[in-house]
Design a protein around this ligand. Structure first.
Ligand code: PA5
Length: 478
């Protein structure tokens, strides 16, 4: 890939167009230049907070440095991936949340949409699966289509204590052992350098597992650009150096503390002002099937980072807006009616693609039926782009806030830019809200209750509390 030349990088630059957020387009439903001026000081503070704390492990801001500090790891990953691609028929990620959504998203974005169905020659590497649930039907379905002996399992868990991932690990380890396989031959661990339980398992095997470190200061949802995402991507033959170069490029485009010169800060400020105006739904709508699962990855990034009860001053703020995933054009026929005529409670972010991975001419035909005939001679790219523009325009005409992230094309370099843009946007928004963007205390209660229900030692009190809770009333069950 030509990301080393300045001209190529500029041609591949991801940009943000927020005209349809502004009063000039939306009248009193929009954001004015005066609104932007009013938060200028706060925006600078948010920028400075992120800039000053870059790389700090104690604040979980190690992700900012991932584009720069992984040369040796990247080379090691590429070497491992080469072996895996030759040796195995399948590559299965066992992980959940931040340990799965990134690998799934990059796979979907950069590989053939029916990758597993291609011939081995066309694929050039193993079939690829990410198991991010504990639905027994799904696990059984996977085991129906893979032979574990011919499969490399990448167990990704920072803690090694995540019930879902470790349940999958136990099932697969048992199958492999029963098949006479030495586990380290078919498993790679991606985990915390010292604290995770996967390290304890590795110790039992004399340190024989191939291991990659999920760095201390990198939380799950900010981990796609570390070995969590880089190993699966490299096994798929994705240009991981290009992805990191893209992230570094976006970082350089976001080095100024003002909205007009920093696309991530612009997005954060627009989202922040919209929140103050009562818009509490944040829709991400890529017009690209390759970017469909980018919306899943983004939903976790946004929701887990910004949904917080208290701010740094100890005030109860119940911060956050609800992320919604949408797909253009598919959801024009499902959700857009609501976006155009429903409550004024949303900001819609489009991701547009200037050049799709291939062209698909629409054949001439049915010339005597005007509703159909006009399509002939155009291309599918023209059609999807026209529908994207038309939807943004229709929303604007209806006074609905929307902005567009433009991608020249979908490749490793632009995907790296997009990820880093959304990560920085999230970090700036958290700083604007004065909350801790990088923790997730809210998910702990559910985890504890699960432990109690399954009889985990140390959770007896929680079990008693659940047993003592008021019984469910039959009258509310219909
Ligand atoms: O973003 C996060 O921190 C979470 O979604 C975690 O990635 C998820 O809970 C899995 O945790 P672990 O990597 O410890 O298995």
């Amino acid at each position: 890939m030509g990301y080393k030349t300045k001209e190529w990088r500029q041609n591949m630059r991801v940009t943000v167009d927020y005209n349809y957020m502004m009063t000039k387009s939306l009248g009193d439903k929009g954001i004015s230049d005066a609104d932007l001026r009013a938060v200028k000081g706060k925006a600078e503070e948010a920028f400075n907070y992120v800039a000053e704390n870059r790389g700090r492990d104690d604040l979980f801001m190690g992700w900012t440095e991932l584009p720069y500090n992984q040369d040796a790891i990247v080379n090691d990953i590429i070497a491992t991936a080469k072996v895996v691609r030759k040796k195995f028929k399948n590559f299965v990620v066992l992980g959940i949340g931040g340990s799965a959504l990134g690998p799934i998203m990059a796979f979907n974005a950069l590989k053939h949409l029916h990758y597993n169905e291609l011939s081995p020659k066309k694929r050039g590497g193993p079939k690829f699966y990410v198991e991010d649930n504990v639905d027994p039907v799904r696990m059984a379905a996977l085991l129906d289509v893979i032979d574990p002996r011919e499969t490399c399992f990448n167990v990704i868990s920072k803690s090694g204590a995540t019930s879902e991932t470790m349940a999958q690990f136990l099932i697969v380890a048992d199958l492999l052992e029963k098949a006479g396989v030495n586990l380290p031959d078919n498993m790679i661990f991606t985990t915390d350098a010292s604290r995770g339980n996967l390290m304890k398992i590795d110790d039992k095997f004399g340190g024989k597992f191939k291991k990659y470190v999920l760095p201390d200061g990198v939380g799950g949802r900010f981990s796609e650009l570390c070995p969590v995402g880089l190993l699966p991507a490299a096994v798929l033959g994705i240009d991981i150096k290009g992805m990191l170069a893209g992230a570094a490029y976006m970082d350089s485009l976001c080095s100024k503390p003002n909205v007009a010169k920093n696309p991530a800060l612009a997005c954060a400020v627009l989202q922040y002002i919209s929140m103050q105006q009562g818009k509490n739904i944040n829709v991400l709508m890529p017009y690209s099937d390759n970017l469909k699962l980018m919306a899943d990855w983004y939903c976790q990034l946004w929701a887990e980072s910004l949904g917080k009860a208290v701010d740094y001053a100890g005030n109860t703020v119940n911060a956050g807006t609800t992320p919604v995933k949408s797909l253009g054009v598919t959801d024009q026929h499902s959700q857009v009616q609501l976006y155009i005529e429903g409550p004024f409670d949303k900001v819609i972010t489009f991701i547009s693609v200037e050049k799709y991975g291939c062209e698909m001419p629409i054949a001439h035909g049915c010339e005597d039926i005007p509703d159909v005939g006009f399509l002939g001679g155009h291309t599918m790219q023209e059609l999807i782009q026209a529908e994207n523009k038309a939807t943004a325009y229709a929303l604007m005409k209806a006074g609905r806030c929307n902005y567009t992230i433009n991608m020249p094309e979908v490749n490793a370099f632009t995907l790296g830019q997009l990820m880093f843009l959304l990560e920085l946007q999230t970090a700036y928004t958290g700083a604007l809200l004065n909350i801790n963007t990088f923790n997730q205390p809210g998910v702990e209660n559910g985890k504890k209750a699960t432990f109690a229900l399954l009889g985990k030692k140390g959770y007896e009190a929680q079990k008693r509390e659940m047993d003592d809770a008021p019984a469910l009333d039959d009258k509310y069950i219909v």
